[in-house]
Design a protein around this ligand. Structure first.
Ligand SMILES: NC(=O)c1ccc[n+]([C@@H]2O[C@H](COP(=O)([O-])OP(=O)(O)OC[C@H]3O[C@@H](n4cnc5c(N)ncnc54)[C@H](OP(=O)(O)O)[C@@H]3O)[C@@H](O)[C@H]2O)c1
Length: 253
């Protein structure tokens, strides 16, 4: 493992790679030597533009975008099969795709609840299930699940999202114990407030208030999260498993 290319030769699958945190993970994993297949859902043009740019920058590595609705078991299986086929080997799975549908619980409709649980939590099952045996049989690999500070601490207006992201942490810890003996690590990364389309939807006055709660008075960047994800994906983190690590600039300390 070259020091500057800790993911050289690794096959890496990232869901929600078309923008935001997922795109930063795709970009950094390629820069660290990985071959990457990434999922997108609605942003086909953005996904293709990212893949074209990264293939030009890393002509000897794979960078393949594939459409998938992560809440759909059949689509997830098709995505997993094609991704494995394109990569030839799997070493790293990053379950990153997610959505918010914020509303105070008294006003939350069933569709909002369902969308959030299906995309953020059901996807842990739909995407990880078909990819687990290849990792277990290989006896090495890393699964990184993107949770949230909301799942660790609970945030008003986000009951569904907090429940889903807390579920991601429970899933992570249980799976880490199930497959630790097979040489596969499973960790959760819990971002706080990160500058992406997701937080751009927060009204300006509320965003300013939230920034005032962060010691550094600023949202994080997608790269701040990607660096931890790629570290957990590398051999440098081989003795770290079952953890939920927050990247929040000290939002809650
Ligand atoms: N930004 C934050 O402050 C923050 C904080 C804590 C946790 N997180 C978590 O970090 C992860 C990434 O968030 P982000 O801020 O980067 O979000 P984002 O910019 O809104 O991007 C979301 C990504 O998920 C994909 N996606 C959404 N629904 C999907 C579905 N049903 N099936 C497949 N893909 C789907 C999107 O694909 P398309 O582009 O094709 O639509 C996109 O690539 C999420 O799990 C989020 O909950 C974010």
């Amino acid at each position: 493992m070259a020091d500057d290319l800790p993911l050289a030769g690794r096959g890496c699958i990232v869901t929600g790679g078309s923008r935001g945190i997922g795109a930063a993970v795709v970009r950094l994993a390629l820069a660290q030597g990985a071959d990457v297949v990434f999922g997108y859902h609605s942003e086909e043009e953005r996904a293709r533009a990212l893949a074209d740019e990264l293939r030009s920058a890393h002509p000897d590595q794979h960078c393949v975008p594939l459409r998938v609705q992560v809440a759909d078991t059949t689509q997830a299986e098709g995505f997993a099969t094609t991704a494995l086929d394109r990569l030839g080997r799997l070493d790293v799975l990053v379950n990153n795709a997610g959505v918010t549908r914020d509303a105070v619980f008294a006003r939350m409709g069933p569709q909002q609840w369902h969308d959030v649980i299906a995309t953020n939590l059901d996807s842990m099952y739909t995407i990880t299930k078909p990819l687990l045996m290849p990792l277990v049989k290989q006896r090495s690999g890393a699964i990184i699940n993107i949770s949230s500070s909301s799942g660790l601490h609970g945030i008003p207006g986000q009951t569904a999202y907090s429940a889903a992201k807390a579920g991601v942490i429970g899933f992570t810890k249980a799976l880490a114990k199930e497959i630790g003996a097979r040489g596969v690590t499973v960790n959760a990364v819990a971002p706080g407030l990160i500058d992406t389309d997701m937080t751009a939807a927060i009204p300006q006055d509320k965003a300013e208030f939230l920034k005032s709660l962060i010691p550094g008075q600023a949202f994080g960047s997608p790269e701040d999260v990607a660096h931890l994800v790629c570290f957990l994906a590398s051999d440098r983190a081989r003795y770290i498993t079952g953890q939920a690590i927050e990247v929040s600039g000290g939002l809650v300390v």
